[in-house]
Design a protein around this ligand. Structure first.
Ligand SMILES: [Zn+2]
Length: 378
Protein backbone atom coordinates (compact mmCIF):
# COMPACT_ATOMS: atom_id res chain seq x y z
CA UNK A 1 0.00 0.00 0.00
CA UNK A 2 2.83 2.42 0.85
CA UNK A 3 4.77 3.64 -2.17
CA UNK A 4 8.40 3.00 -1.15
CA UNK A 5 9.85 4.83 -4.10
CA UNK A 6 7.72 7.89 -3.40
CA UNK A 7 8.70 8.07 0.28
CA UNK A 8 12.38 7.63 -0.66
CA UNK A 9 12.11 10.50 -3.12
CA UNK A 10 10.20 12.70 -0.68
CA UNK A 11 12.69 12.10 2.13
CA UNK A 12 15.59 12.74 -0.25
CA UNK A 13 14.14 16.09 -1.30
CA UNK A 14 13.44 17.14 2.29
CA UNK A 15 16.80 16.00 3.64
CA UNK A 16 18.67 17.77 0.81
CA UNK A 17 17.48 21.14 2.07
CA UNK A 18 19.65 22.40 4.94
CA UNK A 19 17.31 23.88 7.55
CA UNK A 20 19.15 24.81 10.73
CA UNK A 21 17.04 26.64 13.31
CA UNK A 22 16.29 30.26 12.28
CA UNK A 23 17.23 29.48 8.65
CA UNK A 24 14.13 27.55 7.66
CA UNK A 25 13.23 29.79 4.68
CA UNK A 26 14.06 27.28 1.93
CA UNK A 27 12.40 24.26 3.51
CA UNK A 28 9.38 26.36 4.43
CA UNK A 29 8.92 27.46 0.79
CA UNK A 30 9.20 23.83 -0.33
CA UNK A 31 6.59 22.70 2.22
CA UNK A 32 4.17 25.52 1.37
CA UNK A 33 4.24 24.37 -2.28
CA UNK A 34 4.21 20.65 -1.60
CA UNK A 35 1.35 20.65 0.90
CA UNK A 36 -0.56 23.25 -1.12
CA UNK A 37 -0.33 21.00 -4.21
CA UNK A 38 -1.76 18.15 -2.13
CA UNK A 39 -4.86 20.21 -1.37
CA UNK A 40 -3.86 21.67 1.97
CA UNK A 41 -4.83 25.21 2.92
CA UNK A 42 -1.58 26.70 4.20
CA UNK A 43 -1.31 29.44 6.82
CA UNK A 44 2.03 30.81 8.04
CA UNK A 45 1.77 32.41 11.47
CA UNK A 46 3.77 35.39 12.73
CA UNK A 47 6.21 33.39 14.89
CA UNK A 48 9.07 33.96 12.43
CA UNK A 49 9.03 37.73 13.00
CA UNK A 50 8.69 37.30 16.76
CA UNK A 51 11.65 34.97 17.18
CA UNK A 52 13.84 36.08 14.28
CA UNK A 53 13.45 33.06 12.03
CA UNK A 54 13.21 33.15 8.23
CA UNK A 55 9.83 31.40 8.47
CA UNK A 56 6.83 31.23 10.72
CA UNK A 57 5.14 28.00 11.72
CA UNK A 58 2.98 26.38 9.03
CA UNK A 59 -0.57 25.32 9.83
CA UNK A 60 -1.94 23.26 6.95
CA UNK A 61 -5.61 22.26 6.96
CA UNK A 62 -6.88 19.34 4.93
CA UNK A 63 -10.69 19.36 4.89
CA UNK A 64 -12.61 16.18 5.68
CA UNK A 65 -12.72 13.64 2.86
CA UNK A 66 -15.71 11.33 3.06
CA UNK A 67 -16.08 11.41 6.83
CA UNK A 68 -17.05 14.19 9.22
CA UNK A 69 -15.60 14.39 12.70
CA UNK A 70 -13.26 16.36 14.93
CA UNK A 71 -9.91 17.27 13.34
CA UNK A 72 -6.69 15.42 14.10
CA UNK A 73 -3.42 17.33 14.40
CA UNK A 74 -0.22 15.81 12.99
CA UNK A 75 2.84 17.82 13.99
CA UNK A 76 6.53 17.87 13.08
CA UNK A 77 9.29 20.48 13.12
CA UNK A 78 11.10 21.73 10.02
CA UNK A 79 14.37 22.83 11.64
CA UNK A 80 17.43 20.65 12.28
CA UNK A 81 20.54 20.88 14.45
CA UNK A 82 24.01 21.83 13.18
CA UNK A 83 26.16 20.91 11.31
CA UNK A 84 23.59 21.26 8.54
CA UNK A 85 25.12 23.21 5.64
CA UNK A 86 25.78 21.08 2.57
CA UNK A 87 23.72 18.16 3.88
CA UNK A 88 23.53 15.33 1.37
CA UNK A 89 21.40 12.26 2.08
CA UNK A 90 22.84 8.92 0.98
CA UNK A 91 20.81 5.72 0.65
CA UNK A 92 22.71 2.48 1.25
CA UNK A 93 21.12 -0.93 1.89
CA UNK A 94 17.81 0.76 2.51
CA UNK A 95 19.22 3.08 5.20
CA UNK A 96 19.58 6.84 4.84
CA UNK A 97 22.61 8.55 6.36
CA UNK A 98 24.32 11.84 5.60
CA UNK A 99 27.32 11.87 3.27
CA UNK A 100 29.45 12.39 6.38
CA UNK A 101 30.18 15.85 7.70
CA UNK A 102 26.64 16.94 8.62
CA UNK A 103 23.70 15.53 10.52
CA UNK A 104 21.06 13.91 8.29
CA UNK A 105 18.09 15.83 9.61
CA UNK A 106 15.90 12.73 9.80
CA UNK A 107 15.00 14.56 13.01
CA UNK A 108 12.43 15.60 11.99
CA UNK A 109 12.20 15.09 8.22
CA UNK A 110 11.44 11.38 8.57
CA UNK A 111 8.25 12.52 10.30
CA UNK A 112 7.46 15.04 7.55
CA UNK A 113 7.98 12.40 4.83
CA UNK A 114 5.76 9.91 6.71
CA UNK A 115 2.91 12.41 7.06
CA UNK A 116 3.11 13.37 3.37
CA UNK A 117 3.17 9.72 2.26
CA UNK A 118 0.25 8.82 4.56
CA UNK A 119 -1.84 11.66 3.11
CA UNK A 120 -0.89 10.59 -0.44
CA UNK A 121 -1.93 6.99 0.23
CA UNK A 122 -5.21 8.03 1.83
CA UNK A 123 -5.97 10.24 -1.16
CA UNK A 124 -5.09 7.75 -3.91
CA UNK A 125 -6.93 4.89 -2.19
CA UNK A 126 -9.92 7.19 -1.50
CA UNK A 127 -9.84 6.17 2.17
CA UNK A 128 -12.50 8.17 4.03
CA UNK A 129 -10.95 10.40 6.68
CA UNK A 130 -11.92 13.34 8.86
CA UNK A 131 -10.24 16.75 8.79
CA UNK A 132 -6.49 16.88 9.40
CA UNK A 133 -4.34 19.79 10.55
CA UNK A 134 -0.63 19.43 9.82
CA UNK A 135 1.39 21.76 12.07
CA UNK A 136 5.04 22.24 11.11
CA UNK A 137 6.98 24.30 13.61
CA UNK A 138 10.25 26.22 13.34
CA UNK A 139 13.06 26.45 15.90
CA UNK A 140 12.11 23.35 17.89
CA UNK A 141 15.76 22.51 18.46
CA UNK A 142 16.53 25.83 20.15
CA UNK A 143 14.05 25.70 23.02
CA UNK A 144 10.72 24.92 21.30
CA UNK A 145 10.60 28.56 20.18
CA UNK A 146 8.23 27.98 17.26
CA UNK A 147 5.71 26.03 19.35
CA UNK A 148 5.96 28.59 22.16
CA UNK A 149 5.00 31.34 19.67
CA UNK A 150 2.51 29.25 17.65
CA UNK A 151 -0.78 30.98 16.82
CA UNK A 152 -3.02 28.46 18.57
CA UNK A 153 -6.12 30.43 17.55
CA UNK A 154 -5.64 28.94 14.05
CA UNK A 155 -5.74 25.32 15.30
CA UNK A 156 -9.04 23.55 15.94
CA UNK A 157 -7.71 20.09 16.88
CA UNK A 158 -8.05 18.88 20.45
CA UNK A 159 -5.93 15.74 19.91
CA UNK A 160 -2.83 15.03 17.93
CA UNK A 161 0.36 13.15 17.22
CA UNK A 162 3.79 14.77 17.19
CA UNK A 163 6.10 12.66 15.02
CA UNK A 164 9.37 13.39 16.74
CA UNK A 165 11.15 10.64 18.63
CA UNK A 166 13.44 7.72 17.87
CA UNK A 167 12.15 4.18 17.59
CA UNK A 168 9.18 2.61 15.84
CA UNK A 169 5.99 1.18 17.35
CA UNK A 170 6.60 3.62 20.17
CA UNK A 171 4.53 6.46 21.61
CA UNK A 172 5.42 8.80 24.46
CA UNK A 173 2.58 9.89 26.73
CA UNK A 174 4.48 11.55 29.60
CA UNK A 175 7.35 13.98 29.66
CA UNK A 176 8.69 16.16 32.46
CA UNK A 177 8.52 19.87 33.03
CA UNK A 178 11.87 21.63 33.31
CA UNK A 179 13.52 24.77 34.56
CA UNK A 180 16.74 26.27 33.29
CA UNK A 181 18.84 27.77 36.07
CA UNK A 182 21.66 30.28 36.08
CA UNK A 183 23.60 31.24 39.19
CA UNK A 184 26.17 33.98 39.53
CA UNK A 185 28.33 34.31 42.64
CA UNK A 186 30.11 37.61 43.16
CA UNK A 187 32.86 37.60 45.78
CA UNK A 188 35.76 40.00 46.26
CA UNK A 189 39.03 39.94 44.44
CA UNK A 190 42.32 40.31 46.28
CA UNK A 191 45.95 39.37 45.81
CA UNK A 192 46.09 35.69 46.67
CA UNK A 193 49.62 35.87 48.09
CA UNK A 194 49.80 39.31 49.69
CA UNK A 195 46.28 39.85 51.06
CA UNK A 196 44.09 36.76 50.79
CA UNK A 197 42.15 37.84 53.90
CA UNK A 198 40.83 40.82 51.91
CA UNK A 199 39.23 38.52 49.33
CA UNK A 200 36.15 36.34 49.21
CA UNK A 201 36.50 33.45 46.82
CA UNK A 202 33.51 32.91 44.55
CA UNK A 203 35.00 29.51 43.68
CA UNK A 204 35.01 28.45 47.31
CA UNK A 205 31.42 29.66 47.72
CA UNK A 206 30.40 27.63 44.64
CA UNK A 207 32.13 24.56 46.04
CA UNK A 208 30.31 24.89 49.37
CA UNK A 209 26.99 25.29 47.56
CA UNK A 210 27.52 22.23 45.37
CA UNK A 211 28.77 20.16 48.29
CA UNK A 212 25.40 20.47 50.01
CA UNK A 213 23.29 20.16 46.82
CA UNK A 214 21.25 17.12 45.73
CA UNK A 215 22.03 16.53 42.06
CA UNK A 216 21.62 13.74 39.52
CA UNK A 217 18.60 11.49 39.92
CA UNK A 218 16.68 12.98 42.84
CA UNK A 219 13.84 10.42 42.75
CA UNK A 220 12.09 8.34 40.11
CA UNK A 221 10.42 11.46 38.69
CA UNK A 222 13.02 14.15 39.17
CA UNK A 223 16.55 14.95 37.95
CA UNK A 224 18.88 17.91 38.39
CA UNK A 225 22.19 18.95 36.92
CA UNK A 226 24.76 21.72 36.98
CA UNK A 227 26.14 21.53 33.46
CA UNK A 228 28.58 24.43 33.14
CA UNK A 229 30.82 26.37 35.47
CA UNK A 230 33.20 29.17 34.67
CA UNK A 231 34.94 31.81 36.66
CA UNK A 232 38.15 33.16 38.11
CA UNK A 233 40.81 35.25 36.40
CA UNK A 234 44.28 34.05 37.40
CA UNK A 235 46.02 31.74 39.86
CA UNK A 236 47.22 34.68 42.00
CA UNK A 237 43.82 36.40 42.31
CA UNK A 238 41.11 35.37 44.78
CA UNK A 239 38.29 34.60 42.36
CA UNK A 240 35.66 37.32 42.22
CA UNK A 241 33.06 35.72 39.98
CA UNK A 242 31.69 32.27 39.14
CA UNK A 243 28.77 31.53 36.81
CA UNK A 244 27.02 28.15 36.89
CA UNK A 245 24.26 26.93 34.59
CA UNK A 246 22.03 23.95 35.19
CA UNK A 247 18.59 22.51 34.96
CA UNK A 248 16.00 20.58 36.91
CA UNK A 249 13.29 18.30 35.49
CA UNK A 250 10.40 16.44 37.03
CA UNK A 251 7.21 14.66 36.05
CA UNK A 252 5.65 16.42 39.07
CA UNK A 253 5.50 20.24 38.96
CA UNK A 254 5.59 20.49 42.79
CA UNK A 255 8.80 18.47 42.89
CA UNK A 256 10.30 20.67 40.19
CA UNK A 257 9.52 23.69 42.33
CA UNK A 258 11.03 22.02 45.43
CA UNK A 259 14.24 21.04 43.64
CA UNK A 260 14.62 24.53 42.16
CA UNK A 261 14.15 26.12 45.60
CA UNK A 262 16.63 23.64 47.07
CA UNK A 263 19.32 24.59 44.56
CA UNK A 264 18.81 28.30 45.21
CA UNK A 265 18.88 27.70 48.98
CA UNK A 266 22.21 25.85 48.70
CA UNK A 267 23.79 28.87 47.02
CA UNK A 268 22.37 31.40 49.46
CA UNK A 269 23.40 29.29 52.48
CA UNK A 270 26.89 28.84 51.05
CA UNK A 271 27.18 32.58 50.56
CA UNK A 272 26.17 33.23 54.19
CA UNK A 273 28.73 30.68 55.38
CA UNK A 274 31.46 32.73 53.65
CA UNK A 275 30.65 35.87 55.60
CA UNK A 276 33.68 37.66 57.06
CA UNK A 277 34.75 41.06 58.36
CA UNK A 278 36.95 43.16 56.10
CA UNK A 279 37.98 46.70 57.15
CA UNK A 280 35.45 46.59 59.96
CA UNK A 281 32.57 45.71 57.63
CA UNK A 282 30.77 42.37 57.46
CA UNK A 283 30.72 41.18 53.86
CA UNK A 284 29.54 38.04 52.10
CA UNK A 285 29.46 36.98 48.47
CA UNK A 286 26.40 38.04 46.55
CA UNK A 287 24.33 35.39 44.77
CA UNK A 288 22.16 36.23 41.78
CA UNK A 289 19.98 33.65 40.10
CA UNK A 290 17.62 33.31 37.20
CA UNK A 291 15.01 30.58 36.75
CA UNK A 292 13.47 30.17 33.31
CA UNK A 293 10.61 27.75 32.76
CA UNK A 294 11.93 25.66 29.87
CA UNK A 295 8.78 23.67 29.12
CA UNK A 296 5.64 22.53 30.96
CA UNK A 297 4.87 18.92 31.83
CA UNK A 298 2.88 16.61 29.56
CA UNK A 299 0.86 13.67 30.79
CA UNK A 300 -1.69 12.10 28.45
CA UNK A 301 -3.70 9.54 30.46
CA UNK A 302 -3.45 5.97 29.18
CA UNK A 303 -7.23 5.77 28.80
CA UNK A 304 -7.49 8.96 26.72
CA UNK A 305 -9.06 8.87 23.23
CA UNK A 306 -5.76 9.56 21.43
CA UNK A 307 -4.03 6.64 23.18
CA UNK A 308 -6.96 4.37 22.34
CA UNK A 309 -6.88 5.55 18.72
CA UNK A 310 -3.18 4.78 18.31
CA UNK A 311 -3.37 1.42 20.12
CA UNK A 312 -6.42 0.25 18.16
CA UNK A 313 -4.89 1.38 14.85
CA UNK A 314 -1.67 -0.49 15.59
CA UNK A 315 -3.49 -3.67 16.59
CA UNK A 316 -5.62 -3.53 13.44
CA UNK A 317 -2.49 -3.78 11.27
CA UNK A 318 -0.65 -6.27 13.50
CA UNK A 319 1.71 -3.81 15.23
CA UNK A 320 2.04 -3.53 18.99
CA UNK A 321 2.77 0.03 20.10
CA UNK A 322 4.62 0.54 23.36
CA UNK A 323 3.40 3.61 25.25
CA UNK A 324 5.81 4.97 27.82
CA UNK A 325 7.30 8.04 29.52
CA UNK A 326 10.31 10.01 28.28
CA UNK A 327 12.81 12.24 30.01
CA UNK A 328 12.85 15.25 27.70
CA UNK A 329 10.70 18.11 26.49
CA UNK A 330 9.47 18.67 22.94
CA UNK A 331 6.79 20.60 21.06
CA UNK A 332 4.25 18.10 22.40
CA UNK A 333 4.70 19.55 25.92
CA UNK A 334 3.54 22.91 24.54
CA UNK A 335 0.62 21.42 22.59
CA UNK A 336 -0.59 19.53 25.67
CA UNK A 337 -0.31 22.68 27.78
CA UNK A 338 -2.62 24.35 25.24
CA UNK A 339 -5.24 21.63 25.59
CA UNK A 340 -4.34 19.59 22.50
CA UNK A 341 -3.92 16.05 23.84
CA UNK A 342 -0.80 15.02 21.95
CA UNK A 343 1.24 11.81 21.93
CA UNK A 344 4.77 11.72 20.55
CA UNK A 345 5.22 9.03 17.92
CA UNK A 346 8.48 7.30 16.98
CA UNK A 347 9.55 8.01 13.39
CA UNK A 348 12.39 5.48 13.03
CA UNK A 349 15.18 8.06 13.22
CA UNK A 350 18.29 6.97 15.14
CA UNK A 351 21.50 8.59 16.47
CA UNK A 352 19.88 11.99 16.19
CA UNK A 353 21.96 15.12 16.78
CA UNK A 354 25.09 13.34 15.53
CA UNK A 355 26.72 12.95 12.13
CA UNK A 356 25.88 9.22 12.38
CA UNK A 357 22.15 9.96 12.28
CA UNK A 358 20.17 7.51 10.14
CA UNK A 359 16.71 6.26 9.25
CA UNK A 360 15.73 3.11 7.39
CA UNK A 361 13.16 3.07 4.62
CA UNK A 362 11.52 0.01 6.21
CA UNK A 363 10.93 1.92 9.42
CA UNK A 364 9.50 4.93 7.60
CA UNK A 365 7.16 2.61 5.71
CA UNK A 366 6.11 0.95 8.97
CA UNK A 367 5.31 4.27 10.66
CA UNK A 368 3.40 5.42 7.57
CA UNK A 369 1.26 2.24 7.63
CA UNK A 370 0.28 3.11 11.20
CA UNK A 371 -0.50 6.72 10.23
CA UNK A 372 -2.75 5.60 7.38
CA UNK A 373 -4.70 3.42 9.78
CA UNK A 374 -4.90 6.26 12.32
CA UNK A 375 -6.30 8.56 9.60
CA UNK A 376 -8.85 5.90 8.59
CA UNK A 377 -10.08 5.55 12.20
CA UNK A 378 -9.70 9.10 13.52
ZN1 LIG B 1 13.12 16.56 16.76
Amino acid sequence: MINRQRIVEEFTRLASIASPSFREGAISRYLVNRLGEMGGEVIMDAAGKQIGSESGNLIVSFPAAGKEGPPLMLSVHMDMVEPADGVEPVLNDDVFTSAGSTVLGADDKAGIAEIIEALEVVRERAIARGPVEVVITVCEEVGLLGAKHLDFSKIRSRRGLALDTSGVDLAIHRAPCANKLRFEIIGREAHAGIAPERGISAIEAAARAIERMKLGRIDEETTANLGTIRGGQAVNIVAKQVILEGEARSHDPAKLEDQTEHMIACFTAAARSMEKVIDGRTVAPEVRWEVISDYPMMHVPLDSPIVRLVSASARAIGHEVEIRAAGGGSDANIFNAHGIETLILGTGMTNVHTVDESVSVNDMVRVTELLVEVLRRA
